[in-house]
Every structure is written in C-alpha cells, then in structure tokens.
Design a protein around this ligand. Structure first.
Ligand SMILES: NC(=O)c1ccc[n+]([C@@H]2O[C@H](COP(=O)([O-])OP(=O)(O)OC[C@H]3O[C@@H](n4cnc5c(N)ncnc54)[C@H](O)[C@@H]3O)[C@@H](O)[C@H]2O)c1
Ligand SMILES: CC(C)CCC[C@@H](C)[C@H]1CC[C@H]2[C@@H]3[C@H](O)C=C4C[C@@H](O)CC[C@]4(C)[C@H]3CC[C@]12C
Length: 410
C-alpha cells in the first residue's frame, strides 16, 4: 500500500455491506478511514439506505455526486453484477476528501462476480453470510453461501492480487458445543471442545479455517496474502432485527415478556458500532502488523455487561416500556424442549405451504441456555483496538433506535 495516509487512496471492498453489521462497517469506513479512495459495497440485496449516501442526508456528504448505473462490460459474455457508482465528498476527521462509493449487486456464491468485485481492491472485509439458526434456509444453501462464498473470496484475492482479507467469523466457531459446556469469560486461547452439528456453526467454523489456512498464500504478483478472522459474540445495536422482533412481541403481549431463560446464564454481547470499528482497525493494521496478525483470530468485545440474553435485551426494551415477568423461568425447561421440538415438526409439515421459522427451536434453546462470555484483550494487544463506544453510549443508541423503529417494518 502507498506510503502516507494523506497520499493513499485505497480501494476497500465490503461484502455483505448492506447487512446489519455490514452497513455499520461501510459507514464507519466513510467516517474513520482516511486512506479510503473507493468503497465497494457488495451485497445480494442492496439496501435503500445507499440512496441516502448520494443525498448526503446522513453522512456529511457535501455534495451530491454524479450517480448512474454503470454496468460492468460483460467479460466473454458472462453476466456480471449490476454496478452503481456514486461519488461522495465525505467530511472526514482529517478534512474533506472525495470517496467513490460503488454499490455492487452480486452473489458470493458466484466466483466470477466475486472476482470482478475484488479485482483492484487493496483490502476485503468479508461479512457476507447466511445467518440462519431458525431453519429458514437448507443446510446446503448455508454451506454454499458461508463456505463456498468465503472460498470464492479467498480465490479472488489470490487471482487478482488483493493481499489483505478480514473475515467476520463468529463466537459459534467455538461454542456453545453440542454438550452445552459453558464458556465462562474465556479468551482466544481457552481450551474448549468445539463440537457442532448445526449447519450454521459448522459453516462458520469451516469458513474461518479456510481464511486462516489461506494466510501466507502467494497472490498474483508473488506477495503473500494476509488474513485474520474476527469472532463477534451476539451483536446488538441499530438494525438488530431480533431485538426489534422481541420488542414487537412484547407490544403484542401488552408490554410484557415472560422469562424463559435463567438469569444466571451469562451471554456475551457486543455493540455493532464497536464490531464495525474493530473490522476497520484490523483492516488498517493488517499490513503494518502482518507478521503478528496474519492467520490470527480475535474475539470482538467491548464494555457491554455480562447478563442473560433476556436481561440484556431488557436494558433496551425496559426503557421502551416493556417489562420482563418472572425472576425465574415461568415455563419449565422440559416444556420448552417439547415446544422447541414441536416447532421443528411444524416447520417440516408446513414447509410446502409456508415458511414457519419461530425463534424457539432446539438449537436456539440450547444456545440461549448455555453460558458463553468472553474476556480478552488480544485485539488491543495486537492492533491497538479500544471500543469506540462506551456501554452507556451503545445502550443509548440502541434504545433510540428501538424507540424510533421498533414497531415499524424497517
Ligand atoms: N448478528 C450477530 O449476532 C453475529 C454474531 C457473530 C457473527 N456474525 C457474522 O456477521 C456477519 C454479518 O451478520 P449480520 O448479523 O450482519 O447478518 P445480515 O443477514 O444482516 O447480513 C448479512 C449480509 O450478507 C448478505 N448476503 C447473504 N447472502 C449473500 C450472498 N450469497 N452474496 C452476497 N451477499 C449475501 C445479505 O444480503 C446481508 O446483507 C455474518 O457473517 C455473521 O455470521 C453475526
Ligand atoms: C426462545 C428463547 C428460548 C430463545 C430466544 C433467544 C435466541 C433466539 C437467541 C439467544 C442467543 C442468540 C444467538 C447468539 O446471540 C449468538 C449468535 C451467533 C451469531 O453468529 C448469529 C446469531 C446467534 C446465533 C444468535 C441468534 C439468536 C439467539 C439464539
């Protein structure tokens, strides 16, 4: 990469850039990456919020840049993803610089589309994935997107000469395992028997392994590929659909939610803005600290308190008017197990007619009832990560988001 931040005009690619986490990564790059020259936002579904970047309504853009649909000329007749480019002049901490934002509608399972998007990028932040623990997608499709999609990103980096790859992995690569062993304030070196059967954690574990295994491979041009994987625990914040679903469920139940998980079961959670910041920082430091960071995994963490999943959600839903009924689970565990199994049967029976995918199934019940918290400073030691948002700030931002959109379809 070029020598000084001022002179550098780097090309970043964010896959899954319109997702819950991806959108925050895109916005964080626009706000806090002084080397940014072009930002490619690659996603199967381009979000309407990208339109706002053109008007500058939310991102300090001083200038409504030219924007038009610029289809990539097809290569040898292969259809290539639709590309829309807009030029933004974004206000950054270090002054005003032009940033080209390129929205690319594409599919990570299609190697040629990935290669077209990666070509010329200095760094890829790969967040695209099928986050499905509710049985919405088949195991085959989950594998296709999360594993083959990641393989396509790696091969595209090797073929086109992109040297830096940050992968969004997950806590579930580690656990909870199928035995329900607790992981109590563990770190990246804590011994733990990672045993998975569910398609989602299996796919994340294999994808992470592929990324770390690719570290050091020679890319086009002969230099080594440098990779790392970030493992968020349960991410919360603006755009968290499950939080919004709980809020709407509570509104339907007269402002009440009923405790189903013991308060003693600690669940690690991390604010989406801090996860985005960790991605931006890791992508920035990966070149300078290649020897230290290459092939490493980092849990994502911040000052969010350790609480049960439900009690943690109430930090936001309580100020929005909801009440969690019961100091202990109101439903016996065996009944939850039965209801979870019933949901699997109903999902199977109804599949020819409709998609029935409730929150409660054997896997989500097991995850919710197993302590999994992390306590680590590896990201701080390796690349100087410090949370950008305090717990108080993260909480306030999330509450404001729930209040502003909780009941709406957004
Ligand atoms: N949400 C969490 O609590 C959490 C925790 C740990 C890790 N993660 C990981 O973070 C990443 C982002 O998760 P999220 O919660 O933002 O999910 P999300 O579903 O909101 O975002 C995923 C994005 O990937 C895109 N995508 C899906 N399939 C694609 C394909 N075939 N081609 C191109 N784009 C595709 C989707 O359109 C979406 O915009 C995932 O890799 C997930 O495994 C999420
Ligand atoms: C009906 C209740 C018993 C369960 C309701 C809560 C349940 C839907 C929640 C609890 C724990 C949640 C998971 C946890 O935050 C971590 C992850 C890892 C991430 O990669 C994807 C999301 C996921 C699986 C959360 C999904 C929702 C869960 C299971």
């Amino acid at each position: 990469m070029a020598d000084s931040a001022q002179a550098q005009k780097l090309v970043y690619l964010v896959t899954g850039g319109c997702g819950f986490l991806g959108e925050h990564v895109v916005r964080m790059l626009l706000q806090r990456e002084p080397r940014l020259g072009e930002l490619r936002v690659f996603d199967l579904h381009l979000g309407p919020w990208l339109e706002e970047l053109k008007t500058g309504s939310r991102w300090g853009s001083l200038w409504r840049g030219g924007c038009g649909r610029f289809p990539i000329p097809s290569q040898a007749g292969i259809p290539t993803p639709a590309v829309e480019q807009m030029i933004l002049v974004s206000v950054h901490m270090d002054g005003i610089r032009p940033v080209r934002v390129t929205a690319i509608q594409g599919d990570v399972t299609q190697a040629h589309e990935v290669a077209a998007a990666v070509a010329g990028a200095h760094v890829v932040i790969h967040t695209a994935g099928l986050v499905d623990v509710f049985g919405r997608a088949s195991p085959k499709i989950i594998h296709e997107v999360n594993v083959q999609g990641t393989r396509n990103v790696i091969e595209a980096c090797v073929q086109t000469g992109t040297r830096f790859l940050v992968y969004t992995s997950s806590m579930e690569v580690v656990g909870p395992n199928t035995k329900g062993d607790p992981f109590y304030r563990g770190n990246e070196d804590t011994p733990y028997e990672a045993v998975h059967r569910h398609p989602y954690p299996c796919s994340k574990a294999l994808a992470e392994w592929l990324v770390l295994e690719a570290n050091g491979r020679k890319v086009c041009g002969g230099l080594p590929l440098v990779t790392c994987a970030l493992r968020p625990t349960g991410i919360y914040g603006e755009g968290h659909q499950i939080m919004r679903d709980f809020y709407r469920q509570g509104l339907r139940l007269g402002g009440r939610l009923f405790r189903a998980i013991p308060a003693s079961v600690e669940h690690g959670r991390v604010y989406v803005g801090n996860v985005a910041w960790m991605h931006v920082l890791a992508a920035r430091e990966l070149e300078r600290r290649a020897a230290l960071m290459g092939g490493q995994v980092y849990f994502c963490y911040d000052g969010s308190p350790y609480k049960s999943y439900e009690d943690f959600n109430m930090e936001f839903l309580g100020p929005c008017g909801l009440r969690l009924v019961g100091t202990r689970p109101l439903v016996p565990y065996w009944l939850l197990v039965f209801l979870a199994a019933l949901n699997v049967l109903l999902q199977w029976l109804l599949r020819p007619l409709l998609l029935y995918a409730p929150l409660l199934n054997p896997y989500t019940l097991a995850v919710a009832n197993t302590t999994f918290t992390v306590s680590t400073d590896k990201a701080q030691r390796h690349f100087g990560y410090e949370p950008l948002f305090s717990w108080e700030d993260s909480r306030t931002r999330t509450i404001l988001w729930v209040q502003a959109t909780g009941g709406s379809a957004q």
